[in-house]
Ligand binder design. Structure first.
Ligand code: FAD
Length: 500
């Protein structure tokens, strides 16, 4: 019996995906020594670093142009490395982050179930960025002066920019759900997930009911499902069916149906997730609003039935609403009412042409008008493609400004690079997993494929190692990835004009 179910029969696509994974495997084997721990003490420069060093030694001079990126997550780093590859060696690229480490957030559900330790999924920005000729400033941005083009840090220092990319991710709005910060858990950051792992250990010793889910206004659902099923598998591993029986599990969500994901579903997400819930005897409540969280229970209202329930819970993990950071909200017309950075189709602020934004912090409207509000998820590959588009557009602006330095009438250039917003998501559900390929991620889609089975778990592990390898080598859009994904119809950016 095959463990891998291809929901729709795309054999050519499968062959292409297989060769893609093979190429990635070879790359990681040869260049991923640091990530795999083959060599703990010595750093072998990657092919990419050599190429950059060669280019730098041939530096063409010219006035340095300054790009400052705020945020050291997937969005910030993908943008920084794309900029380093596309800009002149003399152009200055700086990343400011209030964390001096990069954490691979998609592995957080593994941290919370002790399949990973934080050090397994983190990389030191102080070492990595300078190695790839990107300045790193460890500090918290506290203010932005758009007139002077100055970024203020909370230690009093100021950094000027010609162009800026805001990639500060979400503010986790636990304050909107009373009690959720004090009595609920989170897997949204790696330190949060580490704390959740401690609470899981306590639950094993002192079992009780478990409630996991996503709140009203949440825009990230995948990790809640992952943690739910991973925890189920973990409890079974640690205490067998007896422990599972003592820890009845419930899933609560603002989604209108299981597997909606804020996306009107992705491939066969509804069927896969409903079947898994039934198989694992997990009760679920959809269309839910969380009223409050207490130490031993939470109150929810099932809005479609106008009924309020009290669910007993010894371990509660809820994905909160994602909002923007207050610093950006203070800048006139930079953000929407939730503090997310307003952007046009080129990732550019319509108000401040030299400010761009990528990742969770940018404003994208909900995909669906649901009874209980849900938001549009922003996933890793989509975020990387936003970074590529932003960088290419900034390069267009830099080159234009330089060419027309003495011509005040030249105005701003027409930008052309739009992210294609394709989605490629790999999930681990404990005993098996699923790969969702959604082109584009937000409907209407031209391709919507789900692959469900045990191989997805291996793909997720490979993806984690591969992504850390990309950060380590300072190349988040390597030629082999570009080529292989192109073969399966997945590209990051288009410069074609919109036809509709
Ligand atoms: C638990 C979880 C699992 C996920 N799993 C997947 C998955 O499997 N696949 C997938 O495609 N997507 C997944 N996502 C979605 C998405 O890919 C990730 O959330 C991704 O990390 C978002 O990247 P980002 O750069 O936008 O934000 P973040 O990773 O949050 O990075 C923001 C950065 O900005 C910094 N920062 C914030 N404020 C300031 C400030 N004032 N000054 C300086 N620095 C600041 C932060 O320290 C951080 O470095 C997941 C999301 C979560 C929460």
């Amino acid at each position: 019996m095959t463990h891998f179910v291809l929901v729709r029969n795309y054999s050519v696509l499968m062959k292409r995906i297989a060769s893609f994974l093979a190429v990635i495997g070879i790359q990681i084997f040869f260049f991923g020594n640091k990530v795999w721990g083959f060599s703990a003490h010595s750093y072998l420069p990657s092919a990419t670093t050599n190429r950059r060093e060669m280019e730098l030694s041939m530096s063409s001079g010219g006035v340095p142009r300054k790009l400052v990126i705020v945020g050291g997550g997937i969005g910030g780093l993908a943008s920084a490395f794309d900029a380093r590859h596309n800009f002149r060696p003399t152009d200055e690229i700086t990343v400011i982050s209030d964390r001096d480490k990069f954490y691979f957030t998609p592995s957080n559900p593994w941290i919370a179930t002790r399949k990973r330790k934080p050090e397994d999924i983190s990389l030191d920005l102080k070492q990595i960025l300078p190695r790839h000729h990107v300045n790193f400033v460890h500090g918290k941005v506290s203010n932005l002066d758009t007139k002077l083009q100055e970024i203020h840090l909370d230690n009093g220092s100021k950094i000027t920019y010609d162009y800026m990319i805001i990639a500060t991710g979400p503010r986790l709005a636990f304050d909107e759900i009373p009690g959720s910060k004090d009595f609920g858990l989170s897997v949204c950051t790696t330190p949060h997930a580490s704390h959740a792992a401690d609470v899981v250990d306590t639950l094993v010793l002192d079992p009780g009911p478990v409630v996991i889910g996503s709140t009203q206004g949440a825009s990230c659902f995948g990790p809640a499902y992952e943690f739910l099923f991973l925890l189920h598998t973990e409890l079974k591993k640690r205490g067998g069916q007896a422990l599972l029986d003592q820890c009845p599990m419930t899933y609560v969500t603002s989604e209108p149906y299981i597997g909606h994901l804020g996306l009107k579903g992705a491939g066969d997400s509804q069927k896969i997730l409903e079947d898994l819930m039934a198989k694992k005897k997990i009760e679920s409540y959809t269309n839910c609003k969380i009223n409050n969280v207490a130490p031993d229970h939470l109150s929810i209202t099932k809005v479609d039935e106008s009924k309020t329930f009290q669910l007993p819970s010894k371990l509660t993990m809820l994905i909160p609403p994602f909002r923007g950071h207050d610093i950006w909200k203070r800048v006139p017309k930079l953000t929407d009412e939730k503090g997310m950075i307003r952007i046009n189709e080129f990732q550019q602020s319509p108000e401040y042409p030299n400010i761009f934004s990528v990742g969770i912090c940018c404003s994208i409207p909900p995909v669906d008008k649901t009874l209980v509000p849900t938001g549009a998820p922003k996933t890793g590959y989509l975020i990387e493609s936003q970074g590529t588009a932003a960088v290419l557009n900034i390069k267009t602006m830099m080159d234009h400004a330089e060419k027309h330095e003495d011509d005040e009438s030249a105005g701003l250039p027409e930008l052309s690079n739009r992210p294609l917003l394709n989605g490629l998501c790999i999930t681990d559900f404990g005993d098996d997993g699923a790969i969702f390929l959604t082109l584009p991620q937000y409907p209407p889609r031209r391709t919507d494929i789900t692959m469900h089975g045990k191989l997805a778990v291996m793909a997720k592990i490979a993806f984690e190692k591969y992504f850390l390898h990309k950060i380590e080598t300072g190349d988040t859009d390597p030629y082999y990835e570009k080529y292989m994904l192109h073969l399966i119809g997945v590209d990051r950016v288009t410069s074609k004009k919109k036809t509709n």
